[in-house]
Design a protein around this ligand. Structure first.
Ligand code: SF4
Ligand code: SF4
Length: 185
């Protein structure tokens, strides 16, 4: 395994092109990204710091930093950076590498459970179904949640890509294995 920078360039390069990812090397730590980051105003996210950690090959620290996941991908930093660093795409790439190695916030895994169950990150619940019926609509719109065969196709994607294993999904209970472990304690 090479350095984190090399991995970011290789992994992200497949999507965005290597030149795009190599802009990480141009970061001069001016902090303009951090100054304009809307998420950073309310969270521990410091965009400049993430760029530095990536440059310094602090892979475990960055993968385990909750703020890695606080970026809302608004692209403000991307547009403001005076050195043309493709900040948002670099953060997205670091997240992908982190997730590939099993680092994910539990909240994100829970969203994965919803997707596995319904095909939706935000499925329709019983209250919404009642509301729909009250105004003369079918309880569910014609999306994957309504059609079993479409949910099965989504589940097939989970299995084919290994995402189910990565997030620790128990297919029998349709819950996270870590949640089941917590309940047994
Ligand atoms: S604005 Fe650009 S150069 Fe300045 S710290 Fe952020 S990424 Fe680095
Ligand atoms: S893309 Fe992410 S890091 Fe950049 S300004 Fe927006 S929230 Fe902050």
């Amino acid at each position: 395994m090479g350095t984190l920078v090399e991995e970011i360039i290789e992994w992200g390069g497949g999507v965005f092109g290597e030149e795009h990812m190599e802009t990480l090397l141009s970061c001069v730590q001016c902090g303009k990204c951090t100054g304009g980051c809307p998420s950073g105003r309310n969270t521990a996210l410091r965009t400049r710091k993430l760029m530095r950690m990536a440059q310094e090959d602090m892979r475990e620290e960055i993968f385990n930093a909750p703020e890695l996941w606080f970026c809302s991908t608004c692209y403000t930093c991307y547009e403001r950076c005076p050195k043309g660093v493709k900040v948002t795409d670099i953060i997205r790439t670091i997240r992908n590498i982190a997730a590939k190695e099993g680092h994910m916030l539990k909240a994100h895994k829970m969203i994965g459970v919803y997707v596995a169950k319904t095909g939706h990150a935000v499925p329709i619940g019983p209250d919404q179904m009642k509301l729909r019926e009250a105004v003369g609509l079918e309880s569910q719109p014609p999306t994957s949640q309504k059609y079993k065969e479409q949910v099965e196709q989504v589940q097939e994607i989970f299995k084919t890509t290994g995402y189910d294993v990565l997030m620790g999904l128990d297919w029998d209970t349709m819950a996270l294995k870590e949640e089941e472990g917590e309940k047994k304690k």
